[in-house]
Design a protein around this ligand. Structure first.
Ligand code: HMG
Ligand code: MG
Length: 302
């Protein structure tokens, strides 16, 4: 079996990780987290989202956080933009990449971005066009690609349809998101195969929440397919406020431990990454939700 020799991880902790936190996390804590992640060797960080502060109050400090980051050469800083208003606000912050986020399920599209799948594509089209005209890379996230909290299992045909629409409006990369972490390897592979009908292997990624403890297995299943880009969240933070019952993303620490153990290069210093995860977990008053981080922190303490 041929696994990729190198994997790129996008830490989505500052965005996906924190968006679900009820207590406001100060901008300076978010900025410090981004600095610690880039010091650990992450080459892409999903910093924040330019969404409605009424919908996601935790991300209301988006511009402040973006302005406070000391950018490191070679690191890409991405932000979520659901519509033109979000992109216009984001442009001043000069992101390297924006993320338009759609869904394979109608019910989730309605709950998360208040419109149908068709309407979302119509909304994204000018956003994609303006971003690309400004030299900003456009990534898409395809939520509920395996299962939906409202509709149940999602057929790969639906995933393929939305991937085709995303491709049609110029979205350059598509992330397959298991929003509620209900997927298992074969199902996730089928969702990935559906996206690969429209996107090349270098233009897809996996975004796996770990609600049912399957995210590492799902990552391995996609590694087998040659997929070499994944989102993960330090300390396993995360969850979508509009996906009931969904918990955090797979912990970046756990994915790095897996990959390094398979001699797959990530460019990430696991010890420094654990420090970043511990920093934000201490701030939130809990332990990192990562088995690898827990094991290594116990070892350090002993
Ligand atoms: P809407 O209410 O339909 O929007 O929300 P609207 O255009 O009717 O505007 C209503 C109000 O919102 C207006 O303000 C707008 O100005 C304002 P008012 O006149 O009432 O004062 N508004 C905005 N303000 C700031 N930034 C904006 C913006 N747009 C409108 N961009 C909208 C539609 C998409 C804005 C809303 O539904 C929303 O913000 N949704 C975001 C939900 C979200 O952030 N979810 C989590 C991220 S996605 C995720 O976690 C999944 C992912 O991780 C992958 C996975 O795991 O599946 C990516
Ligand atoms: Mg997510």
């Amino acid at each position: 079996m041929q696994f990729p020799a190198k994997v790129k991880l996008v830490d989505v902790g500052p965005r996906d990780g924190l968006q679900n936190e009820k207590e406001p996390v100060p901008a300076e804590v978010k900025i410090r987290l981004v600095h610690m992640l880039q010091d650990a060797g992450l080459t892409e960080i999903e910093v924040t989202s330019f969404v409605s502060p009424k919908w996601v109050p935790q991300m209301a400090d988006n511009a402040q956080v973006m302005a406070g980051i000391e950018r490191k050469p070679g690191v890409r800083y991405s932000v979520l933009t659901p519509n033109m208003k979000g992109l216009e606000a984001a442009l001043a912050s000069k992101p390297d990449e924006i993320v338009v986020f759609g869904a394979a399920s109608e019910a989730f599209s309605q709950r998360n971005i208040n419109c149908s799948i068709t309407e979302s594509i119509e909304r994204f089209a000018p956003v994609v066009e303006l971003a690309r005209a400004n030299g900003i890379f456009v990534r898409g996230a395809l939520s509920t690609a395996v299962a939906c909290p409202y509709e149940g299992e999602i057929a790969p045909e639906r995933v393929e349809m939305v991937a085709r629409l995303m491709k049609g409006i110029g979205v350059q990369h598509l992330g397959v998101a298991d929003t509620i972490g209900a997927g298992t390897p074969r199902k996730v592979q089928r969702a990935m195969e559906a996206v690969l009908k429209h996107y090349g292997i270098n233009d897809v990624s996996g975004h796996f929440h770990d609600t049912y403890g399957q995210a590492l297995a799902n990552t391995l299943a996609c590694l087998e397919m040659g997929v070499w880009q994944y989102d993960a969240s330090c300390a396993g933070l995360g969850g979508c406020p509009y996906a009931k019952g969904a918990t955090g993303n797979v912990a970046t620490e756990d994915v790095v431990y897996l990959l390094h153990g398979m001699d797959i290069d990530t460019g990430i210093d696991l010890d420094k990454l654990i420090d970043a995860g511990k920093y934000i977990s201490d701030h939130l008053g809990r332990k990192p939700n990562s088995r690898a981080a827990t094991a290594i922190l116990n070892k350090r303490a002993g």
